[in-house]
Design a protein around this ligand. Sequence first.
Ligand SMILES: CC(C)(COP(=O)(O)OP(=O)(O)OC[C@H]1O[C@@H](n2cnc3c(N)ncnc32)[C@H](O)[C@@H]1OP(=O)(O)O)[C@@H](O)C(=O)NCCC(=O)NCCS
Length: 323
Amino acid sequence: MSLQVVPAAGAVLERVLDDTYSIWNDGLSREHYGKSWAAQVKTPWGAGHLDRIALVDGPHVVSSAKRYDLSLRFDGRIRRVLGIGAVFTAEAHRGRGAARELLSRMLDTAVAEGFEFAMLFSEIPPAFYERLEFVPVPLTEWTIEVDQKRGGAPAMLVRSGDDRDLPNIIEMSAARAAGARLALDRSEDFIRFGITRKRLQSGLAPAGMRTTEFLVVEEGHQAVAYLVATAQDGRWMIEEAGDRDPSGARLGAMLQVMLARYPSERVPEIRGWWPQSLVPPQLTIAASMPTQEVLMIRPLRDRLLPLPPLASAEVVYWHSDYF
Ligand SMILES: CC(C)(COP(=O)(O)OP(=O)(O)OC[C@H]1O[C@@H](n2cnc3c(N)ncnc32)[C@H](O)[C@@H]1OP(=O)(O)O)[C@@H](O)C(=O)NCCC(=O)NCCS
């Protein structure tokens, strides 16, 4: 067996997409699953920060994974982080160390390329990644309830967000992350990529299955609060949100406006990976639980450096940045 890591392109990419489709299709057809990937790597952020690689044995594609080149603010310093996603081994090759081999080669390459940490979301029990020295980062998913104002929605200019709002959104995002010990360092291109990916997942899904909303509250021609949400099966996920006002009052009012458009007998369940420092007065927390997908991290260079334990209140990580 002579295993090699290659970029997933051409026939290798098609094989990887065929193999991974049944797990990560998100309701898309196989054709649209391929289109969504192609469109993501064509975005300005995706083109320079996202790819897929494969572990091949001659003509056989054994394992594959996605690589994200991320920027993380951790304990006050900006670190370059390798994000690893969609780790997969073809069924015929499982249980023989292929995924482990691919991951250790990825980590070695990342060290050589100057990455300081590696991060992933585990969809399987984390022991597999713990053996590769990853440690879990606590993340909480909140279910929230919005006090639905009687007598109508608050009077406020809520409009669709667009490109010109991104500088304001960066500011709101950075202000919210400033107090955290661990948060992504989010550029304009990166935020645009996240919104594009959500829109692709909605736009390419069967009609009516999923919608993505990107809304802002405007004051004096500036976005002063924003929200990106996806809706599916009567459930909303707040993908990311921000408010220039630390109390989050405009964000809460924006949710009231959105809810006012819905028939009251079909109140959606609203969830989000809210930073604990942002609870608008109109919201109450109905439930909280650890996220199903476990965020894990490991240092690459300072291997002997023990990671100081993190509490979930010290982490700001929006669902839109789940990979
Ligand atoms: C998880 C996966 C990539 C492992 O690939 P692999 O090449 O068989 O992995 P390795 O041979 O290096 O390691 C095998 C170990 O993976 C772990 N593992 C594999 N599948 C697992 C699962 N569903 N749940 C828990 N652990 C699992 C076990 O610890 C196993 O160890 P064991 O053989 O001693 O029981 C493969 O099972 C797969 O593609 N699964 C479907 C996609 C998926 O769930 N990917 C993970 C996303 S985070």
